[in-house]
Design a protein around this ligand. Structure first.
Ligand SMILES: [Zn+2]
Length: 249
């Protein structure tokens, strides 16, 4: 069976099911509400799509500059020949599935905003959000140092579980712009550069905030299963003593 986990990271899986941002159910059917168009600019149109979850009944809103209507339907219905997510530049609410909910909210929002800016080709906004997200991470993790480089190095040292190469990319972002990197900088990165930085940052965040939680959950699951098997709830975390044969004391 092919790996389908990438579908969990999407908003719209196809023209009938999505990962609901309200009830957090995955792969749930949605209904279309009437859509409407407006003029974004004199030479640019925008369509507002409204989508209702058939499970919780809540309605989300999605904006696009692209014609997503499947003409074989009389009412609103997405085309089936496109990746819907990649053509929507703004959604309310933003999806928790795109950036894991275990990542701190402020960083998650900045990354979602940066991704939205990239889709709209607002590179200055995308750069500013990405930069701010990195600074939020450094602050939250208490990364010390008198310069940006030192703080990244400090973060690397406190997280030996994360591939050093990822920090190397983050450390070199100052070489990707003419000015010194600082939070208020208005320098913009180009699209390739920004995509590299954003993807690197997302991987680092995943390693720091998601992986340890998943490991702990899996460990707890095994522990619970073993406890159920023997009818004993184990105390402590010593696997060698985890399956007592007779009485141990
Ligand atoms: Zn729902």
């Amino acid at each position: 069976m092919t790996d389908q986990s990438n579908l969990d990271l999407k908003y719209f899986i196809d023209d009938t099911v999505y990962n609901c941002p309200f009830c957090n159910r995955r792969n749930v059917k949605y209904a279309y509400l009437p859509k409407s168009d407006f003029n974004w600019a004199s030479d640019k149109d925008c369509t507002i799509w409204r989508i209702k979850c058939t499970s919780c009944g809540k309605i989300s809103m999605h904006l696009t500059h692209v014609e997503l209507q499947d003409e074989s339907y009389g009412n609103a219905h997405f085309r089936t020949d496109v990746d819907i997510d990649s053509l929507i530049f703004y959604s309310v609410p933003s999806s928790f599935f795109v950036v894991d909910i275990r990542i701190p909210k402020i960083i998650r929002e900045l990354i979602t905003e940066a991704a939205g800016c990239i889709k709209m080709n607002y590179m200055t906004g995308a750069s500013a959000c990405t930069r701010k997200a990195i600074y939020e991470l450094l602050t939250r993790e208490g990364a010390e140092g008198s310069s940006y480089d030192e703080r990244i190095k400090n973060l690397e040292n406190t997280h030996p579980e994360v591939d050093p190469e990822l920090f190397e990319v983050l450390a070199h972002i100052k070489d990707m712009t003419s000015d010194k990197v600082h939070e208020q900088s208005w320098d913009k990165w180009n699209s390739d550069c920004l995509t590299l930085i954003l993807e690197t940052l997302k991987t680092v965040l995943h390693e720091i905030y998601v992986v340890p939680d998943e490991k702990a959950a899996r460990k707890k699951n095994i522990k619970d299963l073993r406890a159920r098997m023997s009818g004993t709830v184990f105390k402590g975390d010593e696997p060698k003593q985890a399956i007592p044969t007779e009485t141990s004391d």
